[in-house]
Design a protein around this ligand. Structure first.
Ligand code: PFF
Length: 463
């Protein structure tokens, strides 16, 4: 595809490259940091079951819709809606995606920066146990040590800011190198390494005595656990499904615009969703058996991987070498996601506002740096930013499926999904049914009960 300035549009060069990049975006802190603690707080297996339902019925259709829009238009989310639906307001969904990208990138890169701190600390704990104070710590003393480290670190300013800026710099560097020579090149290396590290950790965790309880917690649905706040649990599962798959804000419209015409969009979407879910589940398998083996409460929130896990690692045979591996994999998972979010903004700036890629990267990272600094300074802003994707992403996802289901030309849709007639699309009627009815109605319904629930908590008299 030739752009206005006659240079060929950058694209992913292989099928594996497409899957590595899109799965790299999907697999991130959402799988390894957020999924286990959200699952832990919401009752384990029952949450997992609801989550899987959302991935299949809503997640995959939204992902296929994003790929279709992007590849068809060969543009960023704003440009894509403008091109496909000229003179209509749909481009606002693209703009909302760009704004969401700023918000997500700000808080996400802050947490991604923590992985660097923990990576460096793990090396220190490992090679200088006496000097760093971890030598000989056991039980409660060990918990207190890591708790204190976490509170000191996240409560401070300079170190979180420094790691945040370093992470942002690496992200900018990869994105500035382009789609093929940056995003594709790095994700193709980092994703297989991540998988390998995680598998080693799962084996380690499962071989601990008492690991079975963790498996029961993860895989045995116990719906009595969610009966107190079913609506909240369901909404949380929906938000998590969107966040984890990187859908609802145009990230996959952007990546879709770099997918070559011959690639199969449906099988790509299914592979990416399957890889993402697989990694979330095996992250649970690496974490919960160890959590239960050490008799720790699984529902402790965001601190799970930053306090509980180091305690567990330190008390495991082999010790902090596992921590080093874990934080390395977390760091890889994070950066393959941050680059996808930055790419949304950079594609927008360079195509809509005609900036060079380099200039777009500089402008975007400086703006994100300012927002991220506010996040590191104010824990309230951080909490709002961290919670906002649960609403913004399903909101954007609703309009994306409605656009494909009700407004997008069905001939073009068939052409995109079948790669111009080269592939059979037997699933087509099911897909159309999902994007026209199931996904939008489910999102509206869940939002409506969510709002109703909020209202009756604020004004109990109404209910
Ligand atoms: N999917 C990423 C994760 O699970 O960590 C987070 C994310 C990346 C969300 C890109 C949204 C996005 F566009």
């Amino acid at each position: 595809m030739i752009q206005g300035n006659d240079t060929p549009r950058d694209s992913f060069s292989t099928k594996f490259g497409v899957i590595a990049a899109a799965a790299g975006s999907a697999i991130g802190l959402g799988n390894i940091w957020r999924f286990p603690y959200v699952l832990g707080e919401n009752g384990g297996g029952a949450f997992l079951l609801i989550y899987l339902g959302f991935i299949a019925a809503i997640g995959i259709p939204v992902m296929m819709s994003e790929f279709t829009i992007g590849r068809n238009a060969q543009l960023n989310p704003v440009g894509a809606f403008r091109k496909i639906a000229p003179g209509r307001k749909w481009h606002l969904i693209g703009s909302l995606g760009v704004v969401t990208a700023f918000i997500i990138l700000a808080f996400y890169t802050v947490v991604a920066g923590w992985t660097l701190e923990y990576l460096v600390q793990s090396v220190k704990w490992l090679i200088l146990p006496e000097r760093s104070g971890v030598a000989g710590l056991e039980g409660e003393a060990s918990r207190l040590f890591f708790q204190e480290h976490y509170t000191d670190f996240t409560g401070g300013i300079w170190r979180p800011v420094l790691w945040f800026l370093i992470m942002l710099f690496f992200t900018g560097y990869i994105v500035a190198s382009g789609v093929k020579k940056g995003i594709e090149k790095y994700t193709k290396i980092l994703m297989p390494v991540l998988l390998l590290l995680l598998i080693v950790l799962v084996i380690r965790s499962l071989s601990l005595e008492g690991a079975k309880e963790g498996l029961v917690f993860l895989f045995k649905p116990d719906f009595s656990q969610i009966k107190d706040a079913p609506v909240q649990v369901i909404l949380e599962a929906l938000g998590q499904a969107f966040f984890s798959l990187s859908i609802g804000m145009g990230t996959l419209i952007t990546y879709g615009s770099y997918i070559r015409k011959k690639e199969n969009l449906a099988s790509t979407a299914v592979s990416v969703a399957a890889a993402d879910t697989f990694i979330a589940v095996i992250a649970g398998l690496a974490i919960f058996p160890a959590v239960f083996a050490f008799g720790i409460n699984p529902g402790q929130g965001p601190e799970l991987v930053y306090i509980t896990l180091p305690v567990i690692f330190q008390n495991m045979p082999g010790g902090l070498i596992w921590a080093l591996m874990f934080f390395l994999l977390l760091c890889f998972a994070a950066i393959t996601s941050t680059i996808s979010v930055l790419e949304v903004i950079v594609a927008y700036l360079s195509e809509q506002l005609k900036m060079t890629r380099r200039r777009a990267v500089i402008l975007a990272t400086v703006a994100v740096a300012v927002l991220g600094l506010i996040c590191t300074i104010s824990s309230d802003v951080f909490a709002v930013f961290n919670a906002s994707p649960d609403i913004l992403l399903p909101f954007g996802g609703f309009f994306i499926v409605v656009f494909i289901g009700w407004f997008f030309s069905k001939d073009t849709l068939k052409k995109e999904l079948s790669s111009d007639g080269a592939k059979r699309i037997r699933y087509y009627p099911v897909f159309v049914f999902l994007v026209k009815f199931v996904a939008p109605l489910a999102i509206v319904f869940l939002f409506a009960i969510g709002v109703y629930n909020k209202v009756i908590t604020v004004f109990p008299g109404i209910g």
